[in-house]
Design a protein around this ligand. Structure first.
Ligand SMILES: NC(=O)c1ccc[n+]([C@@H]2O[C@H](COP(=O)([O-])OP(=O)(O)OC[C@H]3O[C@@H](n4cnc5c(N)ncnc54)[C@H](OP(=O)(O)O)[C@@H]3O)[C@@H](O)[C@H]2O)c1
Length: 273
């Protein structure tokens, strides 16, 4: 660490990965600005010396982030972490909820970055995007979430080249299943009510229930965020765990038909109603 504390803004810090990353970075000497939508998590953050600001990615995020950065006197890094998962089969999902998933995870993230880039370019800072292995391989019932995270992958990869001349590394942290509030917070989308999706939806819900409480400790993702911020020359993608890396490699290394058979066997999806 430099003697002068570097300043980082992290979104989505009421709980989970963002919350723990904010506290860990403050403990490492960073000057941390963390956003939450309401007062959740605020006391613990403030107790660790983190400055808390409110931000809802559905409510004018670009202007809000610009104001937070102005108030901070500039930032050296943005960790775009806030996001959620929408669950449901595409045709059976309320289209407004499907669109809202992209509004938050994709357009909300992009708006934060747009607001931060002038400061990051000026200070040769860093842009860290919390993506997901769901941005590299898809799963049934997650079309909107997959779409948002796949889009972030392409966007961040393009920005990596665009910002390299300014000395601003762009880094994607790609967790797999992680023990945060994510799976409890997962939104069960309103079903349009197409009966044919009933059995598949019930099977997917059972699978999601099995996953609750499972996954890598949140510290694995926090360590990757710290690496993305402090490594002298961070790579484009950082995987918090070996299993996250393996899940991304499987569809690339296995022949397509074998990979699909494997996924179907693991998920044991029923036939449509
Ligand atoms: N946990 C996993 O298995 C996993 C795996 C891969 C990637 N990720 C990614 O990791 C990131 C952090 O998620 P997490 O696992 O820490 O889940 P989490 O515990 O649910 O935390 C998500 C955070 O995002 C915030 N958020 C949600 N919608 C928002 C909005 N409209 N505006 C502003 N903030 C909003 C939440 O705030 P509220 O408390 O106000 O809802 C919360 O602070 C997400 O981008 C997620 O996609 C998670």
């Amino acid at each position: 660490m430099n003697k002068t504390p570097r300043t980082v803004l992290i979104t989505g810090c009421s709980r989970g990965i963002g919350h723990h990353a904010a506290i860990a970075l403050a403990q490492r000497g960073w000057r941390v600005f963390a956003t939450t939508r309401d007062d959740a998590g605020r006391a613990a953050l403030e107790g660790a010396g983190v400055q808390v600001a409110t931000l809802d990615l559905l409510d004018g995020p670009e202007a809000r982030v610009r104001a937070i950065i102005h108030g901070a006197g500039g930032i050296d890094a943005l960790v775009a972490n806030a996001g959620y998962g929408l669950f449901g089969c595409f045709e059976d999902l309320d289209p407004d909820e499907w669109r809202q998933q992209l509004e938050v995870n994709l357009f909300g993230t992009v708006a934060c970055a747009r607001a931060a880039l002038p400061s990051l370019r000026q200070r040769h800072g860093r842009l860290v995007v919390v993506g997901s292995i769901a941005g590299r391989r898809a799963a049934p019932g997650s079309s909107a979430y997959n779409c948002s995270k796949f889009a972030l992958e392409g966007w961040a990869e393009a920005l990596r080249f665009e910002l390299q001349p300014f000395g601003v590394p762009v880094v994607l942290v790609e967790p797999g299943l992680t023990q945060s509030g994510f799976h409890q917070a997962r939104v069960r989308g309103r079903r349009v009510g197409i009966d044919a999706y009933g059995a598949i939806t019930r099977r997917l819900e059972a699978l999601h229930k099995q996953k609750e409480g499972q996954g890598a400790p949140v510290d694995t993702a926090v360590r990757s965020i710290i690496q993305a911020l402090e490594h002298p020359s961070p790579p484009l993608r950082i995987f918090p765990t070996a299993s996250a890396r393996a899940e991304v490699l499987a569809p690339r290394l296995l022949p397509g038909a074998i990979y699909e058979r494997l996924v179907r066997a693991v998920l044991r999806l029923p036939r449509a109603d």
